[in-house]
Design a protein around this ligand. Structure first.
Ligand code: CUK
Ligand code: CUA
Length: 640
C-alpha cells in the first residue's frame, strides 16, 4: 500500500511536470564544448557522413537530414500530399493515398524503420507508420519516393509500428486502440472487455523487391500496445511489445490506465507463430484494407482492396505469447545490439528495468509463471530481470545503444539524456536537452551494429532556442558527440513537423545508388511520349487528352484550342530531359487541382475540368534554363 502511494505521488509529480514543460533543467550546465563548431562543419561541396531519416509526426512526412551538419536535404511525402512535387495531386500518385475510407491525404507519422540484413542496416527501404488511419509505408531509398502503402485491418491508432525483424522478413504493427475486429463494428463502447481486441500484424517483405503483404495477425488482449522491438541475434525470432492500459479502461485513461504498478512487456515468439501459419493453424476471416503500389516502370500507382486475413489465437496456441511484468505504463521496449537485453521504459516508473532474454527462456522452460492472462503465461518479474537502473531521471521514454556496452535513455520530464552501462546498470553521464526530449537516435542504434559517434535528441518543446516565429515554432533537434566518455552538445537545428523516431545510417550505403533520372525508353506510361513528334490533343467524348512534352525550354503543344467548358482535360506531361536535376513544372491558371513537377524521363498527369470560358496560360514553375521564363503556353476554353 505504501509502495502504491509513493508511485501515485510520483505519477502526480510526473503529470504536474508534464504540464509545465519547457522549464530549463535545473542545475544542468549546457554541455556545449569549445570545438563543437568544427565537429559539425561540413565544408561547402563536402557531403555529410550520415543520412538521418526523420519522422515528421503530425505532418505525415519524412525529412532527410544530413549529419553532422543538420542540413535538411529533402522532404518526402508519405501520408501526405506535397505541393513541392505534386504528390497526391497528380493522377498517377493519388491512388497511393487510397484507403477503405477513400482518399485520406494526411496522417500522423511517428516511426521509421530502416531495412536490415543480419541485424545491420542495408538501407534499401525506410518503413513508416500512419497512425490515424492505420497504414505502413515503404520508401525506396534509391529514389526517396513512397512506393508502397498497406493499410492495416482490425487496427486503430497504428502507433506501435513499424518494427522490423533482423532480415526485414516482417514489418510488424500493434494496435494502440483496441477495436472490435472484422468489418462489423457497431457495439457498445462499454462492452470493451468482451468485444474489443488488440491485434499484432505481421507484414511480410519480399526480399528482392520489398513488396509487403499482410501475412497474418495475432489476436491479443485489449491492452494498448506501445513501441516494440524485434529480438536480434540470439533473440532473433522474438518480438517485445510494451503495453499500457492493461487495466483495459475505455474512458479517462489518464487515471484509469495508471492504476496498476506494473503493466507488461508482451514477448511474441514469431518464429513459432510463423510455423503455426505454415501448419494451417491460422483462422480465416475477412476485413477490408487497401494495398497501394507505385510502379516505377509506368510512373503510376494502383490501389487494390483486399480482405482475406489469417489470424492466430494465442488463447488456443498457448506458446506464442508471454507477458513480462514491467513498471509502469511503458512507452517502449528496446533490445540491445547483442539481443540479450530488453529494456522497458516505463514513463511513470522511477527505475529502468532491464530484462534478460536468457532468463526469459529459462523461466519459460521451467514454466516459472505467476499466472495467466486468457491462458497466456505471465512470467515473474524477478525471474526475467537482469536488473534495474536506479534514479535514472524522470519519465524514461526511449533507449538507444552505442555498440560499446552503453545505453542512452531519453527522460521526457527531467529533460535529459542519461547514459548507463547495460551490464553494470550504473549511470555514467547525463546531459540536459532543450527542452523535453522524446525520441533519441544513434546512427545504427536499434541494429546489431551501432555507430556510436553521434546522438540526436528530438525535443518536444523549443521555446527560446531560435528566433521566434509567432505561435508556431520549429521543433528542435540537438546533436551530441558521444565518442568519448562524456556526451557533448554540438549543435541545435530546427526540424520539419514534429519528429518522433528517426534512424540514421552511413551515407556510403546508398549515396552511389541514387537514381539520377528515369530512362525515357523504359517509360511505360500509356500516355508517355518519347520525343516531341507525337505531341498532340485527342478528344474522347468529353475527355480531352493532351499528350504534352517538356524540354528546355518549351512545351508542345503550347497553343491548345478545342476544349469546352465542362470537359475533363488531362495534361499528360512527359519530361524529355535525360539528365540529373532537370525537373520541369507545370501550372495552369485557375486549375483547382494544382500543379505538377515532372522528373526527367517521367510522365505525370494533371486533371482539370474548366468551369468557364477563357484563355488560360500555363507555364513551367521550376527554373530550368536561361529561357525558363519563356517556357509557357495557352489553353483556350470555349463554351460547352
Ligand atoms: S512516440 Cu513520440 S516521443 Cu509516437 Cu515514438 Cu515516444
Ligand atoms: Cu522548365 Cu522552367
Amino acid at each position: 500500500m505504501k509502495m502504491k502511494t509513493r508511485l501515485w505521488l510520483l505519477a502526480g509529480a510526473v503529470v504536474a511536470m508534464a504540464f509545465a514543460p519547457g522549464c530549463k533543467p535545473k542545475g544542468a550546465q549546457s554541455a556545449l564544448s569549445g570545438d563543437a563548431a568544427s565537429k559539425v562543419y561540413v565544408a561547402p561541396g563536402e557531403h555529410d557522413e550520415f543520412y538521418n531519416i526523420v519522422s515528421g509526426g503530425f505532418n505525415g512526412q519524412i525529412s532527410v537530414v544530413g549529419l553532422p551538419s543538420g542540413r535538411v536535404l529533402k522532404i518526402v511525402p508519405v501520408f501526405s500530399v506535397h505541393p513541392e512535387n505534386g504528390w497526391g495531386f497528380s493522377e498517377e500518385s493519388k491512388p497511393m493515398l487510397n484507403t477503405v475510407h477513400g482518399f485520406v491525404p494526411w496522417d500522423d507519422l511517428h516511426h521509421i524503420a530502416i531495412s536490415t540484413t543480419n541485424a545491420e542496416h542495408d538501407a534499401r527501404w525506410a518503413f513508416a507508420n500512419g497512425n490515424n488511419t492505420p497504414r505502413i509505408a515503404r520508401v525506396d531509398l534509391t529514389t526517396f519516393k513512397t512506393v508502397e502503402i498497406i493499410e492495416i485491418p482490425n487496427s486503430a491508432g497504428n502507433h506501435s509500428s513499424p518494427f522490423i525483424t533482423e532480415n526485414t522478413e516482417y514489418v510488424v504493427a500493434g494496435t494502440r486502440f483496441s477495436v472490435p475486429t472484422g468489418d462489423n463494428k457497431d457495439v457498445a463502447i462499454d462492452s470493451y472487455k468482451e468485444n474489443f481486441k488488440g491485434t499484432i500484424s505481421f507484414i511480410s517483405v519480399d526480399k528482392e523487391h520489398g513488396n509487403m503483404d499482410l501475412a497474418f495477425q495475432i489476436e491479443a488482449p485489449p491492452f494498448n500496445f506501445d513501441l516494440a522491438r524485434a529480438g536480434k541475434k540470439k533473440s532473433h525470432g522474438w518480438f517485445f511489445f510494451s503495453t499500457y492500459n492493461t487495466e483495459m479502461a475505455h474512458t479517462l485513461l489518464e487515471v484509469n490506465a495508471s492504476q496498476k504498478d506494473k503493466d507488461y512487456i508482451m514477448a511474441v515468439n514469431w518464429k513459432k507463430a510463423e510455423q503455426y501459419i505454415k501448419e494451417g493453424k491460422g483462422k480465416k476471416s475477412k476485413a477490408k484494407y487497401a494495398h497501394n503500389l507505385w510502379d516505377e516502370s509506368n510512373h503510376t500507382a494502383t490501389s487494390t482492396i483486399k480482405e482475406d486475413i489469417l489470424t492466430l489465437d494465442p488463447k488456443e496456441l498457448k506458446d506464442i505469447i508471454y507477458f513480462i511484468p514491467c513498471p509502469k505504463s511503458p512507452h517502449g521496449t528496446d533490445t540491445d545490439p547483442t539481443g540479450e537485453y530488453i529494456i522497458g521504459s516505463g514513463k511513470l516508473a522511477a527505475i529502468i528495468p532491464v530484462f534478460s532474454f536468457t532468463k526469459m527462456l529459462n523461466a519459460i522452460e521451467k514454466q516459472d509463471f505467476e499466472g495467466t492472462i486468457d491462458g497466456m503465461p505471465v512470467l515473474k518479474y524477478e525471474s526475467v530481470l537482469h536488473g534495474e537502473v536506479e534514479k535514472p531521471g524522470l519519465g524514461p521514454l526511449h533507449t538507444e545503444f552505442d555498440g560499446k556496452g552503453n545505453a542512452y535513455t531519453s527522460m521526457f520530464v527531467s529533460s535529459e539524456i542519461v547514459k548507463w552501462n547495460i551490464e553494470t546498470l550504473q549511470v555514467l553521464d547525463r546531459v540536459p536537452t532543450y527542452y523535453s526530449v522524446g525520441h533519441l537516435m544513434i546512427p545504427g542504434g536499434p541494429t546489431g551494429k551501432p555507430h556510436g559517434k553521434y546522438m540526436v535528441a528530438y525535443n518536444k518543446i523549443t521555446k527560446d532556442r531560435y528566433l521566434p516565429t509567432g505561435p508556431e515554432l520549429a521543433h528542435s533537434a540537438q546533436l551530441y558527440d558521444i565518442s568519448g566518455d562524456k556526451m557533448q552538445l554540438l549543435l541545435d537545428f530546427p526540424t520539419i513537423g514534429e519528429p518522433h523516431y528517426a534512424e540514421a545510417f552511413p551515407a556510403s550505403l546508398i549515396k552511389d545508388k541514387q537514381v539520377k533520372f528515369y530512362r525515357l525508353e523504359d517509360n511505360n506510361h500509356p500516355r508517355a511520349l518519347k520525343g516531341i513528334n507525337n505531341a498532340r490533343v485527342e478528344r474522347d467524348g468529353n475527355k480531352v487528352h493532351i499528350y504534352m512534352t517538356s524540354i528546355r525550354s518549351n512545351f508542345r503543344p503550347d497553343n491548345i484550342e478545342g476544349v469546352r467548358v465542362g470537359d475533363e482535360v488531362y495534361f499528360h506531361v512527359t519530361n524529355l530531359e535525360q539528365d540529373w536535376d532537370v525537373p520541369h513544372g507545370f501550372a495552369v491558371k485557375g486549375a483547382n487541382t494544382a500543379e505538377l513537377l515532372i522528373m526527367p524521363g517521367e510522365t505525370a498527369t494533371l486533371k482539370w475540368v474548366p468551369d468557364r470560358v477563357g484563355v488560360f496560360p500555363f507555364y513551367c514553375t521550376d527554373f530550368c534554363s536561361a529561357l525558363h521564363q519563356e517556357m509557357q503556353g495557352y489553353l483556350r476554353v470555349s463554351p460547352a
